[in-house]
Design a binder for this molecule. Structure first.
Ligand code: FAD
Length: 388
């Protein structure tokens, strides 16, 4: 593995960080409190090309390789403190845009990708249901063939971007062929009769990223809405999850780096008992541990990017990185609050928000427990991996 970045990668990352610092942090405490998505900032990200990072240039994307994408996303996370906006961007990019690049027909790519890159069309991913989360393939949303169309019925929950989405990637199962082979994926436009979205679900963190329930009530979609062939839903889903797990925490590297820098600065300047608190070993060791976690997290994600760029399988590496980086993110968030004492617990210091935002990372895109199950299965320890 080559850890050196090209001058172009470095310059791109620096530009993105400057842009994020300048444009994406307005009224964040207020927006977090109210749970408001920054639509204007989304458009600014689109103008910079960030909503089309992995998309081929012919469809309006930047065609960035995986390593460039990883570096740029860390820079974005370092400059942008709005983790909710970044989470919506990830949900759009990895669970909506990327599967269209990978599995879309030429017509679907032409229809969706340019508008998705331009920020005119927001994507979401609707797999989880009230009764099936980790056991994703226990879904009950049904598909029934009717002539040249399909009829979808069921309910999805925890759908990121749903309240603002224009297109949802919906997974449904053929009741006559229950199980993996019966699952298909559909690109369903928001205005399709029979599709309704609930009001936003309020949550602990990532509050500026809207989440909702999606209800499909005799929702009639044309066969042209199928993403991949009928019955290929499992392949679409597993590929998408692996890709999402590989990149969704790249911006967390930036957040962890920002919080680490703040802790170093605070420990150097905050005095108690007549000396900077950083002179107390209990504080300095905590900060060194934050640094160690950040370095290890970055190495794991860069290895994933390197494997992705070489077209090599990275299923186990993606699961391991997802567990490690999300748990490091939460632990370092706790440490940052602890180092700042009572101030760390205040809204004004903006560390408690990073911690609340970090906790979700152990749940979305497959929980830590499920990633460990997947890795155990890949290592030949268990006969069958359970979950996503
Ligand atoms: C912020 C956020 C955004 C999300 N965005 C989306 C989205 O856009 N689209 C979407 O479809 N879903 C989304 N989800 C849903 C997410 O994928 C699920 O929450 C997750 O897969 C877990 O499912 P569950 O919540 O039903 O928990 P459950 O599956 O009920 O699990 C509950 C607990 O049991 C544990 N558990 C379950 N099975 C096992 C097992 N076999 N071995 C060990 N432990 C087990 C879990 O790890 C967890 O700790 C999002 C979730 C969050 C928090």
């Amino acid at each position: 593995m080559d850890f050196g970045l090209t001058p172009e990668q470095r310059e791109f990352a620096e530009n993105v960080e400057r842009f994020a610092l300048r444009e994406l942090n307005d009224d964040l405490i207020g927006r977090d409190h109210e749970g408001v998505f920054a639509a204007e900032n989304w458009r600014k990200c689109a103008d910079l090309g960030l909503l089309g990072l992995p998309v081929p240039a012919e469809y309006g994307g930047l065609d960035a390789d995986a390593t460039t994408t990883m570096v740029v996303l860390e820079a974005l996370g370092h400059g942008c403190r709005d983790n909710g906006l970044l989470f919506s961007l990830h949900a759009h990019l990895w669970a909506g845009v990327s599967p269209v690049v990978r599995f879309g027909s030429p017509e679907q790519r032409r229809k969706y990708l340019p508008a998705m890159c331009a920020g005119e069309l927001i994507a979401g991913h609707a797999m989880s249901e009230p009764g099936s989360g980790s056991d994703a393939f226990g879904l009950t949303t049904s598909l029934t063939r009717r002539g040249d169309n399909y009829v979808l019925n069921g309910s999805k929950t925890f759908v990121s971007n749903a309240p603002i989405a224009d297109t949802l990637l919906v997974f449904a199962v053929d009741e006559r062929r229950r199980g993996f082979a019966g699952v298909s994926a559909f690109l369903v436009d928001r205005d399709t009769p029979g599709l309704t979205v609930s009001r936003p679900i309020s949550k602990m963190g990532l509050r500026t990223s809207p989440m909702g329930e999606v209800h499909l009530d005799d929702c009639l979609v044309p066969a042209s809405a199928l993403l991949g062939p009928e019955g290929a839903g499992m392949s679409v889903f597993t590929w998408t999850m692996e890709r999402e797990r590989s990149f969704i925490l790249a911006t967390a590297l930036g957040t962890m780096r920002r919080d680490l820098e703040r802790c170093v600065e605070y420990a150097r300047t905050r005095k108690q008992f007549g000396q900077p608190i950083g002179a107390f070993q209990a504080v300095s060791h905590r900060i060194v541990d934050m640094r160690m976690r950040l370095d290890a997290a970055r190495l794991m994600l860069h290895r994933l990017a390197w494997l992705t760029d070489r077209g090599e399988p990275a299923k186990t590496e993606a699961a391991l990185a997802k567990v490690y980086v999300s748990e490091a993110f939460v632990q370092s968030g706790l440490d940052a609050v602890q180092i700042h004492g009572g101030y760390g617990y205040t809204t004004e210091f903006e560390l408690e928000r990073d911690l609340r935002d970090a906790i979700a990372s152990r749940l979305y895109s497959g929980t830590s427990e499920i990633q460990r199950n997947l890795a155990a299965h890949q290592m030949g320890l268990t006969p069958r991996g359970t979950g996503k």
